[in-house]
Design a protein around this ligand. Structure first.
Ligand SMILES: [Zn+2]
Length: 572
């Protein structure tokens, strides 16, 4: 493969665990691991069927991360959330078909996350007529962002958080499902064709549906109310663990206050069936009201108390130490920290309102990591003493301190085999003693990574030509500008113009060390490229070799082809 750019490199290259002897790690079985294993009962793999007053609803749980729901209509059915992969969608639909063979007329995404959208392509392949795809109007924007400029970092952090690189036996579960299956098939996202802003009423095959915008776990979150069925699908705004008010794979601020309001809105319908997109359904009007009350109260408590302490001038770490769930609700099974945690949520709420600056003047422009390490080492009496302290910390199982001491030694270029082994020991100890799977998987994966047990390998190509049609050309040009290497030498104001057969024009001007993208048709171009949009998408994603594309006429270069190939190398 001609590797000029590989924008979606993480779509193309996955990693695998090497199980050779020297990289084997024994993960101890701890009481925390046992309680996490007990939680796996929340998503045992099966299809559950409910005979509601409005008709049959089938609920697939335990396939990858997210649940998939099928509502039966007169001559066709609706799918709510399309699973995390084409692989799981196929497994689920095989069982749904045993319940009812009518065609799938519509797919509704509750929000943009891949575990709810990446299986949709399966339904396009398996149905004679393309199902209608329904979502909030912002859903596609967020998918494009995750598949575009943020893809490498989100993929890398997600694989750590979900433990997708760990040996299978070391992943107990991922908190809201057994495991993430996205790597088992090409990404099957399909753009919505029916979108709405605040609410939308539909009747599909006799199924009455009310869709409402419900910001919470994501800004594009919706819930679905089926009045005849007395059933509500809340998406990810409620599931049976403490909510992920912040996700460690990385997210912009989640609208915590809006989340509370969204649950209050859901409560007003007084559902008798609640079908969440993760963990089991909740049945019975009173049980549902109780669960929603506990959930919204916990979120409001964390939100309000964080703000109260922020206004008293406390710093984020101090607030995180100070806030605990009140004992009245702390023991609720809806609030065990199997996914989100109170501590991470507090810091995210602080950051969402005030940004990264704690307010402490000494933290505005702190010493660099390296400078601080030098001073600490001096204070301790030298690097050897730091190393001794690290050894001692590991012996005494003071593992967070051990991790921080190893940070100093790494900054001091003292990342010897001994330091590495001690850091691995600390990561395994802390990771295996967390009942939070996100922390556990992140720490254990980091340990395997240091041990060299995770190797890059071209396991499976997850970018298909079908997917390229779902990624907009604008997304890829946004990616281009963020991949521009400012070290590259090229004449200032060098301009490359793209004229796509769709009629769209794009051009890139390299100027003042930035790649300026514009949509104007330009005349004074140094190079002009003519092609189908999809051909250039293939170039950018590494699916096609531009040398071959130029030779075959799939990319037409008006100007020097060598210069164009050289231009592409500037975007690494
Ligand atoms: Zn989800």
């Amino acid at each position: 493969m001609y590797k000029f750019l590989l924008f979606l490199s993480s779509f193309i290259f996955l990693y695998s665990c090497s199980n050779s002897n020297n990289t084997e790690i024994n993960i101890p079985l701890t009481s925390e691991a046992e309680s996490l294993a007990e939680h796996s009962k929340e998503f045992e793999k099966k299809v559950l069927s409910y005979d509601t007053p409005g008709g049959m609803i089938h609920f697939a749980i335990g396939f990858g991360i997210a649940n998939s729901i099928m509502v039966e209509g007169e001559n066709g059915n609706i799918i709510i959330d399309a699973a995390d992969s084409v692989y799981e969608a196929e497994n689920i639909y095989a069982l749904f078909r045993e319940k009812n063979k009518n065609p799938i007329k519509a797919i509704i995404y509750t929000h943009n996350h891949g575990d709810h959208t990446f299986g949709a392509a399966y339904y396009l392949q398996s149905q004679k007529e393309k199902p209608q795809i329904i979502a909030h109007e912002d859903t596609d924007y967020y998918v494009q962002r995750i598949m575009g400029i943020l893809n490498p970092v989100i993929t890398s952090r997600s694989t750590k958080m979900f433990g997708t690189l760990l040996p299978e036996e070391d992943v107990i579960n991922v908190g809201i499902g057994p495991n993430l299956s996205v790597s088992k098939s090409p990404t099957g996202y399909v753009k919505p064709d029916t979108t709405f802003s605040d609410s939308l009423n539909l009747n599909i095959e006799g199924i009455e549906l009310e869709l409402y915008h419900a910001p919470g776990e994501t800004n594009d979150q919706i819930f679905i109310w089926l009045p005849k069925h007395k059933a509500l699908m809340p998406g990810d705004n409620i599931y049976k663990t403490f909510p992920n008010l912040y996700t460690i794979r990385g997210t912009s601020h989640r609208d915590v206050k809006g989340w509370v309001d969204s649950i209050d809105h859901m409560k007003t319908f007084e559902p008798e069936y609640l079908f969440p997109s993760h963990t089991k359904p909740i049945l019975g009007k009173d049980t549902i009201q109780d669960a929603m009350n506990i959930y919204r109260d916990a979120i409001q408590y964390i939100h309000d108390q964080t703000i109260r302490l922020m206004n008293q001038g406390l710093y984020p770490d101090e607030i995180a130490d100070a806030i605990k769930l009140p004992k009245e609700i702390a023991e609720s099974p809806y609030l065990y920290e199997f996914y989100g945690t109170v501590r991470w949520s507090v810091k995210s709420i602080f950051n969402g309102y005030l940004g990264w600056f704690s307010g402490n003047p000494s933290e505005l422009d702190p010493l660099s990591r390296k400078e601080k390490a030098l001073r600490i080492s001096e204070l301790a009496g030298g690097n050897d003493i730091l190393l001794k302290e690290l050894l001692l910390a590991v012996q005494e199982k003071d593992m967070q301190w051990a991790l921080e001491l190893s940070d100093y030694l790494i900054s001091l270029d003292m990342f010897t085999d001994e330091v590495k082994d001690l850091r691995i020991e600390a990561l395994i100890y802390e990771g295996s003693r967390s009942s939070n799977p996100n922390k556990r998987n992140y720490f254990l994966t980091s340990a395997f990574e240091l041990k060299g047990g995770i190797k890059e390998t071209s396991l499976l190509d997850r970018t298909s030509e079908d997917l390229l049609h779902q990624i907009s050309i604008n997304t890829l040009f946004d990616v281009l500008s963020t991949r521009y290497n400012p070290e590259s030498e090229l004449i200032n104001n060098y301009k490359v113009c793209f004229s796509f057969l769709s009629g769209k024009t794009k051009n890139i001007t390299l100027r003042n060390k930035v790649a300026v993208i514009s949509n104007n048709a330009e005349d004074n171009c140094d190079l002009k490229i003519i092609s189908e949009e999809v051909e250039f998408k293939k170039t950018l994603t590494g699916l096609s070799n531009p040398v071959t594309q130029i030779a075959s006429g799939e990319l037409i270069v008006n100007g020097s082809a060598t210069e164009f190939l050289n231009f592409l190398t500037k975007f690494r």
